[in-house]
Design a protein around this ligand. Structure first.
Ligand SMILES: [Zn+2]
Length: 242
């Protein structure tokens, strides 16, 4: 299984850190777009012909995680003439994005997912867990070939990656703030991300969704101190084997 980072900016895109949340997860001929944050669709096209996309997972309705779905819709409808692309996300996704796209037509097949749900997309098995974040938000465990990736999406400290089985091969965790500066409880600090991954016995930790004006190296250092091992700072176009 392979993870490609399309963007890691938390909440809004910025020149230094690029687009918002978005990732590709591949296994064999299956490729899933995991979160469609602002600015991630152009980066996706550097790594994949969108015609070959197997499906999409949207973790919640904040625009920095879903806005670029409209780009895929327009290309699929008027460029690829492709319909029925599966989209997994919280209840009400299509309707709530109706201010952006009034009529989705038959571009997507919508699948509602919530806490404890499981699904299969091509060769990838998906499991979902409701996080501590105001709009209905799901963390996602992606499994293939005995490897497991856990993506936290957005969460406050009231949820942890320990909601999934311990020992994930890679935890991709939000780490929006530095611990000394947490303006809200809607997100994790880098220290909290490191602590949670250590408690869940993650084999590797990547941090993402960093507030763009912070020093990302300071976040990586803080997370590594809490994790007790090296932490990788997610960056656009980074590709890693899970
Ligand atoms: Zn959010």
């Amino acid at each position: 299984m392979e993870l490609t980072v399309l963007g890691r900016s938390g909440s809004f895109g910025a020149p230094g850190s690029g687009p918002c949340s978005g990732y590709l997860v591949r296994s064999g001929s299956t490729t899933v777009w995991l979160d469609c944050g602002t600015g991630t669709f152009p980066n996706l096209q550097r790594h994949l012909d969108p015609a070959e996309l197997t499906g999409v997972v949207v973790t919640h309705l904040h625009p920095d995680h879903c806005a670029d779905l409209y780009g895929l819709h327009v290309l699929a409808r008027y460029g690829l003439e492709r319909a029925g692309i599966p989209v997994y996300g919280p209840a009400g996704l299509a309707g709530a994005m109706g201010g952006l796209v009034r009529d989705w037509g038959d571009t997507f097949t919508w699948h509602e997912v919530g806490d404890g749900d499981r699904a299969t997309l091509g060769g990838l098995a998906l499991a979902f867990s409701r996080t501590d974040h105001p709009p209905p938000t799901v963390a996602v465990e992606v499994s293939a070939d005995d490897r497991r990736l856990v993506y936290t999406s957005d969460t406050g400290p009231g949820w942890s990656v320990a909601a999934f089985d311990p020992g994930a091969d890679l935890v991709l965790s939000e780490a929006t703030y530095l611990h000394a500066h947490r303006p809200s409880g809607l997100h994790l600090s880098a220290r909290q991300a490191g602590e949670a991954a250590r408690e869940a016995r993650a084999r590797r930790l990547f941090i993402t969704h960093l507030w763009p004006t912070l020093d990302p190296l300071a976040s990586a250092e803080e997370a590594a101190g809490a994790f007790g091992s090296h932490v990788t700072l997610a960056a656009p176009h980074m590709v890693t084997t899970v």
